[in-house]
Design a protein around this ligand. Sequence first.
Ligand SMILES: [Mn+2]
Length: 264
Amino acid sequence: MDWHFLSLEMDLPSRLLGEHFRQTYVQPPEQITLPERTIVSRGKLIRIIEEAIPDYIKDSKAPTLCFSGHGEYHHYTYGLCKVLADRRSKRYGYVHIDHHHDMWDDSEKGGLRKELHCGRFVKSIRANTNASHVLTVGTQEVEKELEGNPAQYHHIPNHELEKGLFCIDSALQRLPDDVYVSIDLDFLSPKEISTGWPEGSFKKETLFCCLELIKERKRLVGVDVCGWDAGGQYRDDRMRYLSDARKAISIHHTLAGLILSTSE
Ligand SMILES: [Mn+2]
């Protein structure tokens, strides 16, 4: 099935990526301009995404690939699940590939906090969307957050993933056939990309193989990718800045190729 390719633009890295892909990519992405909200309520975020995405994409059954920018907007994924994934599937697994679990401080008396930010949105996805299961991949220190939720939350520890991809295979068997994947590029080692956060230790090839495997085993209803900080920490070192941009763009190119290609 054909995909909708969207460029969600709210900050410098996302605008640079969007511009680059519109000029160079075989399937240029649709430009979606979004406001910059580092903290926003669930309801407001849904309205922002509803209004920004054209009806023909919302109402289509085709899966969506969204590229966005800095990881500090990762909570926009909640809106993407509500507005896009929920229209495409009644029951799906949410796969969170990220160095961080993004489940910090979710709860208050009587339920989940209404205000979302990049460190707090994954439990809202599980509670308020059609995502029946959450699978975190390559994430640090997640065990405490998942206590008491063994049926709905699964986790692949870093040391398992480092041994090989068979752990993904068995984790996927516990998820519904439909899957939504959210990728924060701080999952990768700092040698691969600059993100502005503490980063993981994985090579880009591990990420590509994970995705290929998920694509092979499941029906993807959508994928989003965030995390590049546009070389923020290298702004005074032009050579470093350019080499970071080249590497980041190349990672996004490979991801687009992997996801948008149809093997059938
Ligand atoms: Mn994240």
